[in-house]
Design a protein around this ligand. Structure first.
Ligand SMILES: NC(=O)c1ccc[n+]([C@@H]2O[C@H](COP(=O)([O-])OP(=O)(O)OC[C@H]3O[C@@H](n4cnc5c(N)ncnc54)[C@H](O)[C@@H]3O)[C@@H](O)[C@H]2O)c1
Ligand SMILES: OC[C@H](O)C(O)[C@@H](O)CO
Length: 391
């Protein structure tokens, strides 16, 4: 994955000042469905600095540019990448060089419609697809719009994100969610999309034995998706008991706590032992990005198996390429998602993944966003998915 493609375009969403606004709005039509009291609430936003600080500041109420909708963000999940931008100031070569607003896992309600937008109404409940691709380059035109070199990805430098009360977002990247779906679940469509994309890249077969390395939000979302795709048995590994306990509470009983003292052969042996039924995994979704985990997954795979690399780690990772060659072990990568929202919304709504709310362990009101970040970053708090809500 080229780190520079994480986000290459600069964000230029203009902001209106409150003084310019007639009634907390931009003068556009707003249906009575929106409580006017909500629109005058401060537009609190969560910023990160290049000096590893986060702070919350009131932003002007945004203007709603043509082609975009203004959304009252009602639920936003904190992603591990945001903890990286905060604590390390970077992911690979994608650096925080100036203060930006974080956030890319959000759902909310449309409060204003920009000029030229069709198919949406004020009051619609939507999940936000954060990667705004150009829709003009060859990758976009070929349908691989997740690889668009001009993508503006919410909350990834240099683009501001969705972790604020009100945000404008292009209508093309908004997806209606059914009335029966909560905003919290609408915000989970993003991590579930990461898993969905990886599953579509792997095309598993019914009854395929699968290893999932890492039981963070992505590993657990991966497990839900892989199970729905018919994978069985599924062995999930992690270093932490609480994450494996969460996996079991979601119905995945075959878990393995990794001992970093084991070498890759012993880890592979343990994976196969936990899988039981005489199985070795023929597909491994690697969701940690840790070199030792990647290597163990490669050795745990049966000959001819496939490593589906989802986790992001250091730029250069050593893998036993020659041994893989002799065993015809494949590596496939998966980056974000494309065309996933409508399908994932449909699958979640139909209950195909089971209860996805098992991913959410903590919820904070928007005013406590800093506390939410601290909880997410502090492993002793045993958080998996932390969400910020604003009802
Ligand atoms: N490919 C993509 O498009 C994409 C999208 C989102 C996230 N990601 C990446 O996916 C990974 C997982 O994301 P997350 O939010 O779940 O992160 P996370 O840090 O919450 O979870 C990772 C889990 O891996 C476990 N782990 C670490 N080393 C291990 C090892 N050697 N063996 C077994 N488990 C180990 C950790 O204990 C942790 O529970 C991250 O690297 C993230 O950057 C990739
Ligand atoms: O789910 C999407 C990921 O979190 C992003 O790609 C992030 O890692 C960098 O922008």
């Amino acid at each position: 994955m080229a780190p520079t493609s994480l986000n290459n375009a600069s964000e230029q969403v203009p902001h209106a000042t409150k003084a310019q606004l007639p009634t907390g709005l931009n003068g556009g039509a707003t249906a009575s469905i929106i409580d006017p009291q909500i629109l005058v609430r401060p537009n609190l936003a969560l910023w990160v600095t290049k000096d590893h600080q986060i702070y919350q500041k009131e932003e002007p109420y945004p203007v709603c540019p043509p082609g975009q909708c203004l959304i009252h963000v009602k639920a936003t999940g904190i992603c591990g990448s945001e903890i990286h931008f905060w604590k390390s100031g970077r992911i690979g070569d994608c650096c925080v060089t100036h203060d930006i607003i974080l956030g890319h896992e959000s759902a909310g309600q449309i409060v204003e419609i920009g000029e030229g937008v069709q198919g949406f109404s004020v009051g619609d409940r939507v999940s936000i697809e954060p990667g705004v691709s150009c829709w003009e380059c060859e990758q976009c035109l070929r349908g691989r719009y997740n690889l668009c070199p001009k993508v503006k990805f919410s909350g990834t430098p240099p683009s501001d994100g969705t972790m604020r009360r009100f945000v404008a977002h292009p209508a093309r990247f908004l997806h209606k969610i059914p009335d029966t779906m909560t905003y919290a679940v609408g915000a989970l469509i993003e991590p579930l999309s990461v898993a969905y994309n990886a599953v579509t890249r792997a095309s598993p077969y019914l009854g395929q034995p699968v290893l999932i390395a890492g039981a963070g939000p992505i590993g657990l979302a991966m497990a839900l998706c892989a199970r729905s795709a018919g994978c069985h048995p599924i062995c999930i590994t992690d270093l932490e008991d609480n994450r494996l306990a969460q996996a079991r509470s979601m119905g995945f009983q075959q878990t393995l706590k990794i001992d970093l003292g084991w070498d890759r052969f012993e880890t592979a042996r343990q994976v196969r032992r936990v899988m039981g039924e005489g199985c070795a995994p023929s597909l491994a979704f690697e969701c940690t990005g840790a070199e030792s985990s990647i290597n163990s997954a490669i050795y745990a795979l049966e000959d001819g198996g496939t490593l589906l690399q989802v986790g992001c780690g250091k730029p250069d990772i050593a893998v036993p390429l020659m041994s893989m060659g002799f065993r015809e072990v494949n590596i496939v990568t998966s980056f974000r998602y494309r065309l996933s929202w409508p399908v994932v919304i449909r699958l979640v709504n139909a209950g195909i993944f089971g209860d996805v709310t098992g991913l959410i362990t903590h919820t904070f009101p928007i005013e406590q966003t800093i506390e939410a970040f601290e909880t997410c970053a502090d492993r002793s708090k045993l958080a998996i998915k932390v969400q910020i809500v604003d009802e």
